[in-house]
Ligand binder design. Structure first.
Ligand code: 1GP
Length: 246
């Protein structure tokens, strides 16, 4: 029986955490298995599963491979409600609060609500904020929203504060997968100073030095996808760096 709050309890502990993003479109069963085994071995805190656009239909199989090979919680990071799968442990129920696209603020969530209610998944209401990162990322294009400019710290702060006041439980600031620039440390620091929610940071983090700087700036969870897809051996190094800060 899954605990209904195990993921959130872990998110709010004061330790620095590391999440590996698995994009099923860029994976195959063997790669997924290898990532699951390495995630267990190197104490990854969460496996985020998802993408803005999923073209494959083998999610049951892929999530089962992860579950069979590790005990790391699998958290859905959905592009839309079609990506809900009850084999996972939880889901980031995203509201794209940096954008002004009503469908991603509330529309898709309305469509998803009955499935989520009966899914048994731990649901984590998440304020999702896109930050400009040097190129048009898939999530910018698919979401049809303008990201927050990376030099507009006040907008990021007020957006995160509004998310907290609206009752969201988590803020995820994302430069988008494959971002050219990571989110500036000063923006992360100021947002963290102005909210009391856990803060997830992702997008374009390739090196341990970047993960360390972003963690020290205030990120509670560092998410890495692309860098590990390109070079799976980086997983252990990133995990060690992030956890050494605890
Ligand atoms: C994207 O935050 C994630 O939504 C991870 O980004 O793939 O660039 O690591 P990368």
């Amino acid at each position: 029986m899954k605990s209904k709050s195990a993921i959130y309890q872990k998110l709010i502990n004061r330790k620095k955490k590391f999440a590996v993003l698995v994009d099923p479109d860029k994976s195959d069963p063997q790669r997924i298995k290898n990532i699951a085994i390495s995630s267990e071995k190197f104490a990854v805190d969460f496996i985020f599963y998802g993408s803005s656009l999923l073209t494959q239909e083998n999610h049951e199989k892929f999530i089962s491979i992860i579950k069979d090979n590790c005990s790391v919680p699998v958290v859905l990071f959905p592009g839309n409600y079609l990506h809900i799968n009850r084999k996972a442990d939880g889901i980031l129920l995203l509201s794209l609060i940096s954008g002004r696209n009503p469908d991603l603020l509330i529309g898709k969530q309305v469509m998803a609500a009955p499935y989520l209610k009966s899914s048994g998944l731990e649901i984590i209401p998440t304020g999702y904020m896109l930050i400009e990162s040097g190129k048009t990322t898939a999530v910018n294009y698919i979401s049809n929203t303008i990201p927050i400019p990376s030099d507009k710290e006040e907008i990021a702060i007020c957006t995160a504060m509004a998310g907290e006041l609206l009752g969201l439980k988590l803020i995820y600031m994302d430069g988008g997968s494959g971002a050219l620039n990571t989110i500036p440390a000063s923006m992360i620091q100021k947002v963290k100073e102005n909210i009391s929610l856990p803060l997830i940071i992702g997008g374009g983090i390739n090196f341990s030095s970047q993960a360390k700087e972003i963690s020290l700036a205030g990120a509670d969870v560092i998410v890495v996808g692309n860098a590990i897809e390109k070079n799976p051996s980086r997983l252990s190094e990133l995990s060690d760096t992030i956890h050494s800060l605890n």
